[in-house]
Write a new protein. Structure first.
Length: 312
């Protein structure tokens, strides 16, 4: 009888340990979501937890400014947290933690334990998206020929995002409504490269504006690197928008500036603290004349300068 009792008790303890060990393998990520213009809470949205290779781990509703992602596997792998509007009552732009519209500039989190106060700060769509019914842009997005869901297509004028669309399960997107005019379409999808196109929107609208992305290499989606790198801008020559990629091996204050041929600063793209990792910034030369320009990365004692050509 004592032996049987001992076996049962041992089994109970083993079961208890196993159950607790199982639960110990998961973490929660929680926080709040606010509008940047007035700090009011986001009433309704959906929050996603992605690996940097675009694997969706979990989703949660954001209700009255609060969300909690549960059952996130504990690990040292970095995750991106994204919030999107799910209805017309919430007129904000998709935002990566803490306040970025581009996953490559977001701050990853590491769910090695429960995380709290992972707060998101979202920008409203200008005018709430309530433009007169005028026009739209539509098309598809794929990665190496395979349609992809949840790619974000921004319609920009200069540095300002006017509206956006998100691809469905078939890779289709629609940006609607849009006033007539010239736009820069910028496509972001976590784990993939960014692609840019210039378009002119007329009353007939634009269809078939398709994008093909490429998977980002491991060096582009990890925050750990051993050396500085300032890549050649792409495209080059450009008109009027180009992208500049750079890599930081350490955390610190960073400056990325554009100079004209006589050394005058014509645009400051970045000036502030950034963590180690890979970054991308866009430069719009619409207000500048054709010619040779230079862009410079500065961090601590490190500086590097490259040349680019604006052709109109």
């Amino acid at each position: 009888m004592k032996t049987f009792t001992k076996i049962c008790f041992t089994s109970f303890l083993l079961g208890f340990v196993l159950v607790n060990f199982t639960f110990a393998q998961f973490a929660t990520i929680s926080g709040h979501a606010y509008y940047t213009d007035n700090n009011e809470p986001v009433v309704h949205g959906t929050v996603y937890a992605y690996t940097l290779s675009a694997v969706l781990l979990q989703t949660a509703e954001c209700l009255n400014g609060s969300y909690t992602l549960t059952n996130i596997p504990q690990s040292s792998e970095q995750l991106d947290i994204l919030i999107e509007a799910e209805d017309e009552l919430e007129d904000f732009l998709p935002t990566y933690y803490p306040n970025q519209h581009d996953w490559q500039n977001a701050t990853p989190v590491i769910p090695s334990t429960d995380l709290t106060n992972i707060n998101l700060y979202v920008d409203r769509i200008p005018g709430g998206g309530n433009y007169p019914i005028i026009s739209s842009v539509s098309g598809s997005v794929d990665i190496n020929g395979v349609p992809v869901q949840n790619a974000i297509v921004h319609a920009k004028v200069g540095d300002d995002i006017v509206n956006y669309g998100v691809t469905d399960s078939k890779g289709k997107y629609v940006v609607d409504p849009l006033p007539l005019g010239d736009y820069i379409l910028v496509v972001h999808r976590i784990g993939a490269t960014t692609v840019i196109k210039n378009v002119s929107v007329t009353e007939k609208g634009l269809t078939g504006i398709n994008f093909t992305l490429e998977k980002a290499g491991l060096n582009n989606i990890t925050s750990k690197t051993k050396e500085y790198k300032l890549s050649q801008n792409y495209p080059n020559p450009f008109n009027p928008v180009t992208r500049i990629d750079y890599v930081l091996p350490v955390n610190g204050n960073v400056k990325v500036s554009i100079f004209n041929s006589i050394g005058q600063v014509v645009k400051e793209l970045v000036n502030g603290y950034q963590e180690s990792g890979s970054y991308m910034v866009e430069f719009d030369g619409s207000a500048l004349a054709s010619g040779i320009y230079y862009y410079k990365l500065e961090m601590g004692r490190f500086t590097e300068t490259r040349k680019m050509v604006l052709v109109k």
